[in-house]
Design a protein around this ligand. Structure first.
Ligand code: ADP
Ligand code: ADP
Length: 230
């Protein structure tokens, strides 16, 4: 069985007077460990809904999702470690960069020495080894997004979810960070799912590309990409 299995999931939202809104209608995907999977689709097709479900924040209406042998649900959320990177960095402005990366480690009960090691390692990995004592608002948008990436990776997640992680950045910064993202992903060996509406970005970054149709979401195109970079 693949590392991540999305098995014929359907998702409906109840409505007061009309029939339920079907947002996902039978999505089937198997993802290998270590993949960099992009999910592309028009706005409103259900990408955020899918990420929420994978993240254990919402349940499917039917079907199942299994990650590393654990079935995902709101109830079983704590069994899996899912790292999340958003469009905006969502750092706590009153905490230093180091403390932002450390916070989820403390929440997981990771001991001090190991947390110290990871904070240093992951900040170095994203190129911010010298900025640990800064407060986020002193950093550029691209740097803040790097911190957010370090925070997502430092928990050493079963899966890293990234929701349009480059789309709030200016094009020059986005380009630079995309390129580094590949080396960062390679260095960690993590399985990553990222959502984008930028097809060029998806082609540039993915080992696997999933294009979903407008609502209700179904797999429209599932491409394995022969990664062009070394
Ligand atoms: P995308 O991320 O691809 O833009 P979303 O997953 O945000 O799409 O939304 C897909 C559809 O589901 C939209 O029509 C949206 O209005 C609807 N939707 C999303 N969340 C809810 C919710 N909690 N309750 C009802 N409808 C929702
Ligand atoms: P093209 O060069 O094919 O005209 P763009 O300049 O629009 O394409 O870039 C395509 C997408 O892939 C953009 O989102 C861009 O950021 C990314 N991209 C292309 N080349 C690189 C590169 N060398 N490094 C980082 N990102 C790149």
């Amino acid at each position: 069985e693949p590392y991540l299995v999305i098995d014929n999931i359907k998702k409906e939202f109840p409505r007061r007077t009309e029939a339920p809104l079907r947002v996902i209608d039978g999505l089937d995907v198997g993802v290998e460990k270590g993949a960099l999977l992009s999910i592309l689709g028009p706005s409103g097709c259900g990408k955020s809904t899918l990420l929420n479900i994978i993240n254990g924040l919402d349940d499917v209406t039917s079907g199942r999702i299994v990650i590393n042998g654990h079935e995902v649900s709101v109830k079983s959320r704590s069994k899996l470690k899912i790292g999340v990177v958003f469009q905006d960095s969502r750092l706590l402005p009153w905490r230093t960069v180091k403390d932002n990366v450390r916070l989820p480690l403390d929440e997981l009960g990771i001991d001090r020495a190991e947390a110290d090691r990871r904070v240093t390692y992951y900040l170095n990995l994203v190129g911010l080894g010298d900025f640990g004592d800064y407060f986020p608002l002193r950093l550029s948008g691209g740097m803040q997004q790097r911190v957010s990436l370090a925070r997502g990776l430092a928990i050493e997640p079963d899966l890293l979810l990234a929701d349009e992680p480059f789309s709030a950045l200016d094009e020059i910064t986005a380009r630079k960070l995309r390129q580094e993202f590949i080396s960062i992903w390679r260095a960690t060996g993590r399985t990553v799912i990222f959502v984008t509406h930028n097809i060029r970005e998806a082609v540039f970054l993915s080992t696997r590309m999933l294009v979903i149709t407008p609502r209700p979401a179904r797999t429209h195109l599932d491409l394995d990409i022969d990664v062009p970079y070394p």
